[in-house]
Structures are given as structure tokens and as C-alpha cells.
Design a protein around this ligand. Structure first.
Ligand code: CTP
Length: 398
């Protein structure tokens, strides 16, 4: 990714009437915060002048293998820049070349050089599209992991009717975004997330709390919002700003967190309880600061009462909601998580390994997602990727 904030899609454009839809694909990608760069074949330039794509993308458009004197190995730099390489539209000829490993221009050379996921949106006349060799070539690429956004049936530019019309821009963008991990598969859903620690006052200056940076919960809220959900985040005190597009409520104590959760729980589809809630709170917080000398007794014997278990309370009230809890474990991770799944009444428990170094302030996490139907283990991943894996899990099971 050359642009640190935005994922980059390199779009290969081949010579075909459907090229006019590529402009819309670029526009839709940009709306979703994706940077697009275009490579055109010589034939594509016969349909549209590169100026069109240069204006739309505000990036240079590459055509010839050697036409950027500042970059002697342009196909390699483009191949490395791509988070996804998409070919929109892709003629049967270019599909055939890529299937055979032929690399005789900038586009096909980049296709061979890139290790990024490839998305292809083919377009052709019905007979060319349905030709046995074309089908075989598409199957070969699919078998190699290329995501093929199959053409649709309809009226074709040549006057024929049948399969060969390029897929709609929105469907192509969906396929590209899925490869970028930016799927909108939570569109129309409401997601509630708890995050961070709670703090339970002893007196106006002291409190009991748990260690928690809030990073995991915030990444879950951000992932849900990225994937199209309406998101409510209830967080204890953390040093993180409100995530964009997420309704964030800041609370201090477990009782306040429960209260904020209860206000929203009824309307949500998925509730993820990632907060490190303090299990106990001082029974009667002092209204003035306790002094070491005169109040030594009170400080030495703080009477504690149990906090409500927010996860268990809500899980036992659930109707259609999918309820997810977390469990920080050092030993017997899966067995402990499975016990917690039953005792709390959750649908999933995400068990963190808190080995040496712990998972508390880290930017990555190693988890097992334990559900009624089995477990899924993940390697150590950035917390954003753990969040996506969790939603993949939930949506995949339903
Ligand atoms: N949780 C909660 N309310 C509490 C305590 C915990 O909602 N008062 C939720 C947390 O958000 C998390 C899960 O329950 O999803 C953690 O369960 P907990 O019993 O606290 O597990 P551990 O902290 O791992 O505790 P232990 O292993 O000691 O039981």
C-alpha cells in the first residue's frame, strides 16, 4: 500500500465497449475511500483516451511497459503498489493470456508480477464468452484463486442477446472490497459493542479498575461500521478517540455500562461484550478523599460488592441477538472458554491467549473463537483482522 491511509486498487482496463462502466467502478471505489490507479492496454486507448482515467483518479495512467522514464521497472512497482489488482473489463483474449502466463504488455506483465488478490470482470460477445476455451480459461484462473465476477445475460453491444455483458459496477466493487476486507455484509444490521475497562470509585480520587486499552473493542466497532452496520459503542475510560461513524457513549462504572447497554440491546442484531468490566466495586464510595492517617482503617478494609455481569445479564435476555463475549485465559483456553459459553449463555466466546506480554496494550491478538458448533483458531493477527475474522465467523454460521 503506497498511500498509508487508503487501500490501493490497480485497475487494468482492456479494449471493450464495457469500458464506460469502469468509470463508475472507479467512482464507487473512491466513495468508499479506496485509491484507484489505472493501467490501460493499447486497445483500451482506442475506446477511451487515458485523460478520462487520469482525471477521474488524479493519478498517472500507465499504458506502455517503458513509458515512465522515472520508473524503469514500472510493472513491478505497480504490482507491489496494488492491494488488489482488478481487470475491468477483461476481454477473453487477456483472460487467455493471463491463464497461460503470457506477459507481453504492461497489464499482463503486472498481472503476472503481482502477489495481490486478482479480481476479473469479463465482458465479451456471447459466443466468445461461452466458447469452451474461454470457459476453461476462466475455470483455470478461478482454481488459482482469482475472483471472477461473471458476466450477466442481456442485450450485448454487438446486437446479440446472451451471456457476456459485464457485471454491474456495484457488484464488481463489492467483489473488490471483499478482497480488500471491506465487505458491506453488515449493511442493515445494528451492532452493540462494549470496550475498555470500568472504573469503580473508592473515593473522589481513587478507583478500582481492570487493565484494558480498549483497542480490541474499538477495532470491533470500527470493523462493524466499515462493513455497513449501525454501531453503538459503550466504552469505559480509554485514551482512544470516538471512531468515525460510530455512536459512542462514554461511561465510568459497570452499572453505568449496563444501563447504557440496556438502552440499546433490544434493537441490535449482534452484541459483542469486549469490555474488561471490574468484577467488584466498593460498596459505599466515600464522598471525600480518604486520608492515609485518619482513614487508614477504611482504606485497609474497603468493602466490595459484586458488579452485575453485563454479558450474562443480556445473554439471558436475548431473543434474536447474536451475543459474543471475551475471555482472557492463560491455560486450558478452549475448555475455559467453552465453560464460559455455557455459564454466560453466549453464542460465541472469543478466547484471548494472555501469555507473556499479555494482549492488553498490544496491537495484535491471538484468539480462538469458541461457538456451540466448534472452535476456530487464528494465528497472532492485528486486532483489526481479529475483528473481521469474528464477523466472518458470525455471518458464515448464519
Ligand atoms: N463481563 C461483563 N460484565 C462483568 C464481567 C465480565 O460483561 N461484570 C464480560 C466481559 O466483557 C467479557 C466476559 O464477560 O466478555 C469475560 O468474562 P469474565 O467472567 O470476566 O472472564 P474473565 O475476566 O476471564 O474472568 P475469570 O476467568 O476469572 O472468570
Amino acid at each position: 500500500m503506497s498511500d498509508s491511509n487508503r487501500p490501493t486498487v490497480v485497475i487494468g482496463v482492456t479494449g471493450c465497449v464495457a469500458i464506460y462502466k469502469t468509470c463508475e467502478v472507479i467512482r464507487l471505489l473512491q466513495k468508499r475511500g479506496v485509491r484507484a490507479k489505472v493501467i490501460m492496454t493499447q486497445h483500451a486507448c482506442g475506446f477511451i483516451d487515458p485523460t478520462m482515467f487520469r482525471s477521474l483518479t488524479r493519478e498517472p495512467v500507465a499504458v506502455g511497459l517503458f513509458d515512465d522514464p522515472s520508473d524503469p521497472i514500472h510493472h513491478i512497482s505497480l504490482a507491489k503498489e496494488a492491494d488488489v489488482f482488478a481487470i475491468v473489463p477483461c476481454t477473453v483474449n487477456v483472460i487467455a493470456k493471463i491463464a497461460c502466463g503470457i506477459a507481453d504488455d504492461l497489464l499482463t506483465t503486472t498481472a503476472l508480477a503481482t502477489i495481490a488478490p486478482i479480481v476479473i470482470a469479463p465482458a465479451a460477445n456471447v459466443n466468445m464468452y461461452e466458447a469452451r476455451v474461454s470457459k476453461e480459461n476462466r475455470d483455470r484462473l478461478r482454481a488459482r484463486g482469482v475472483r471472477m465476477v461473471e458476466a450477466e445475460s442481456g442485450y450485448l453491444a454487438c446486437g446479440d442477446e446472451g451471456r457476456g455483458r459485464m457485471a454491474e459496477p456495484a457488484d464488481i466493487v463489492e467483489a473488490i472490497c471483499a478482497e480488500l476486507g471491506m465487505s458491506r455484509d453488515l449493511e442493515g444490521k445494528k451492532v452493540l459493542v462494549t470496550a475498555g475497562p470500568t472504573v469503580e470509585p473508592v473515593d473522589p480520587v481513587r478507583y478500582l479498575s481492570n487493565r484494558s486499552s480498549g483497542k480490541m473493542g474499538f477495532e470491533i466497532a470500527k470493523a462493524a461500521a466499515r462493513r455497513g452496520a449501525e454501531v453503538f459503542l459503550v466504552t469505559g475510560p480509554v485514551a482512544l478517540g470516538d471512531p468515525a461513524g460510530v455512536e459512542t457513549v462514554r461511561v465510568e462504572t459497570a452499572c453505568e455500562m449496563l444501563d447504557a447497554v440496556e438502552r440499546r440491546f433490544e434493537e441490535v442484531d449482534i452484541a459483542v461484550f469486549a469490555a474488561a468490566v471490574a468484577d467488584m466495586r466498593p460498596a459505599t464510595p466515600a464522598s471525600r478523599k480518604l486520608k492515609k492517617g485518619s482513614d487508614a482503617d477504611a482504606l485497609a478494609r474497603i468493602e466490595l460488592v459484586e458488579n452485575p455481569d453485563i454479558l450474562a445479564t443480556m445473554a439471558h435476555r436475548k431473543s434474536r441477538q447474536v451475543v459474543v463475549g471475551f475471555a482472557a485465559e492463560t491455560d486450558d483456553v478452549v475448555e475455559n472458554a467453552r465453560r464460559k459459553l455455557r455459564s454466560k449463555g453466549a453464542d460465541y466466546i472469543v478466547a484471548n491467549f494472555v501469555g507473556e506480554g499479555g494482549a492488553f496494550d498490544a496491537d495484535d491478538n491471538e484468539v480462538v473463537v469458541v461457538g456451540a458448533d466448534g472452535d476456530r483458531s487464528y494465528p497472532r493477527l492485528p486486532k483489526a483482522a481479529v475483528a473481521d475474522a469474528l464477523f466472518d465467523c458470525i455471518l458464515g454460521d448464519r
